[in-house]
Design a protein around this ligand. Structure first.
Ligand code: TXA
Ligand code: MG
Length: 345
């Protein structure tokens, strides 16, 4: 299959032609503010099953559907609570996915057999225009091969999906850089299933209540029953083992220098580059600005995803806000391997 690359900046027909791919049941790479998605008509079972094939994704891992605004919630979800509209009002379009009860029109293929469905309105003008033109919600997981870091540029997605999908829309680099925040609104209390660009602080401020699911903070056994099935799979991980080295700059550098061997790499903050001049460092953003860390993390993990890299020592931001989402992705990439350089010294 020849994968067409659309350039909406210069091609006035890009939105129309991309929407046509969705309408005929094809697969389309779509830009969003979080990561690139591997999209198909969410209501078309055959199209949706091709997403799982192209990604090599386990069939029980549900897809989220992308809509152009909150008025579409009623079409695909039952008993939408007022909280959903409050969140949509404040954070859509944006990096927030809500889990709600599914209507029968949404096929079980899309929801991985669940009676709930994840819905999000992405903040990317081209993708919103494509959904409107197609007239159907787009089911889209992240556009990586299952297990690899999510793509945050069109070339990254082409690396994984060239020849496997009908087209990809190049909408530039993703500004947020980690996948959407997922909140489950189907229980008595709102539950955070995955941290992202909308922070726990913002959710708590809107809802007045929030439970953080244990899958967010700890390694989940692969046989466990979890709310977000995607959280139990190995994720975001380069081929080499990743160790997070926690602690002050100086103590962490001392630890890494003691353990570093040729072929190892250091994933650090820009501010720390001078400390690792002889350790092949790669900076993914500024410690002082966690949004740059979230925007740069997956591209850096992709760059380090090579058989020539033996071990990766990573520095992880502390604190809340978007840093919380960065911690979550990095800890998953590290399979929760964390050493405390303060204690080791
Ligand atoms: O930012 C994003 O959310 C990106 C872009 C493309 O929109 N999409 C994305 O999709 O990250 P994916 O499939 O890589 O991650 C979706 C996560 C998975 O962990 C999945 O298990 C969970 O959402 N999920 C989807 N539907 C669910 C449901 N009904 N109940 C619980 N978890 C669900
Ligand atoms: Mg994914």
């Amino acid at each position: 299959m020849n994968t067409i690359v659309f350039h909406p900046e210069s091609d006035p027909n890009a939105v129309r032609d991309a929407a046509a791919i969705l309408r005929r049941g094809g697969l389309l790479g779509i830009p969003t503010e979080t990561v690139y998605g591997l999209g198909a008509d969410a209501l078309n079972e055959d199209a949706v099953s091709r997403i799982f094939l192209a990604k090599g994704r386990p069939q029980d891992n549900p897809l989220i559907i992308h809509v152009p605004d909150a008025s579409w919630l009623e079409r695909y979800c039952r008993s939408v609570p007022p909280a959903a509209y409050q969140l949509a009002e404040r954070f859509w379009p944006g990096p927030l996915t809500m889990i709600l009860p599914r209507r029968d029109i949404v096929p079980l293929q899309t929801t991985g057999g669940l009676e709930t469905v994840g819905v999000r309105c992405p903040n990317h003008p081209v993708t919103l225009a494509i959904i409107e033109a197609a007239g159907v919600p787009i089911a889209a997981p992240s556009g990586n091969t299952s297990g690899r870091p999510s793509p945050t540029t069109a070339p990254h997605m082409i690396e994984d999906m060239d020849g496997r999908i009908d087209g990809i829309v190049d909408g530039g680099p993703c500004t947020v850089g980690v996948e959407s925040t997922i909140i489950d609104l189907t229980e008595d209390r709102p539950r955070l299933l995955r941290p992202g660009g909308i922070t726990p602080e913002q959710l708590l401020d809107t809802l007045g209540d929030l439970v953080v699911d244990k899958a967010v903070t700890a390694q989940i056994d692969k046989d466990a029953v979890v709310k977000a099935p995607g959280m139990k799979y190995r994720h975001y991980a380069p081929q080499a083992p990743v160790t997070i080295v926690a602690g002050s700059r100086e103590k962490a550098a001392a630890y890494i220098h003691r353990h570093f061997e040729p072929g190892d790499r250091v994933l650090c903050f820009h501010e720390e580059l001078p400390l690792y001049a002889h350790c092949d460092p790669l900076a993914y953003g500024d410690e002082a600005d966690a949004a740059t860390l979230s925007a740069g993390l997956f591209a850096a993990l992709r760059e380090l995803d090579s058989p020539t890299v033996h071990h990766i020592y990573a520095r992880c931001p502390v604190g809340g806000g978007i840093a919380y989402a960065v911690q979550n992705r990095l800890k998953k990439a590290a399979a929760f391997q964390i050493v405390d350089a303060e204690a080791e010294a």
